[in-house]
Design a protein around this ligand. Structure first.
Ligand code: PNS
Length: 164
């Protein structure tokens, strides 16, 4: 049984992430979505909240599991017996950083391959930080996040709402 890990901050999960995870679930027997710590980012949601939102958004895909892990991705993939790390690539700007991570993870765990899926053109521009920025100014994020999580994300991030 081939297991893949889809790692990320998912702060919060976007439709772009969901598209990549759905496609990974067609390629692998089991996909574990891992909410991990990116030391370069200051999260708006706790790991537990991010797991909850992912579970809601992915509840219709039977071979997908969600959990959080604080540690190295290479150790996590080894512990889960994963054969692949699946990541979405949006633009050339993603490439250098993702390439560095893929090579580092390969060095730390030679058993795991990083597989890049090109993002759907519709989600080329989409990122969690863009979603957070739009929501913070009270903009419409319904085209960027799953309906199950819309209210929660708006309530947390909309500064206009928080002032009331
Ligand atoms: O969604 P992101 O923020 O681009 O995801 C990055 C993430 C969380 C996958 C990356 O920061 C990570 O792997 N963190 C775990 C710690 C680790 O293994 N770091 C070394 C990677 S080379």
């Amino acid at each position: 049984m081939a297991t893949a890990v889809c790692p990320g901050s998912f702060d919060p999960v976007t439709l772009g992430h969901i598209d990549i995870i759905r496609r990974a679930a067609k390629m692998f027997d089991r996909v574990i979505v891992a909410v991990m710590t990116n030391p370069g980012k200051q999260p708006s949601f706790t790991p537990e909240e991010r797991v909850e939102m992912l579970k809601l958004a992915l509840q219709d895909i039977p071979n997908v599991e969600v959990e959080c892990f604080h540690g190295l991705l290479a150790d996590y993939t080894r512990a889960r017996g994963a054969v692949a790390i699946v990541k979405g690539l949006r633009a050339v700007t993603d490439f250098e950083y993702e390439f560095q991570m893929a090579l580092t993870n390969k060095k730390l765990n030679p058993e795991v391959e990083t597989v890049f899926l090109t993002t759907d053109a519709e989600f080329m521009y989409l990122s969690s930080s863009i979603v957070k920025q739009i929501a913070s100014f009270g903009g419409d994020i319904s085209g960027f996040v799953s309906p199950e999580n819309l209210k929660r994300i708006k309530e947390r991030l909309c500064k206009e709402d928080n002032k009331k």
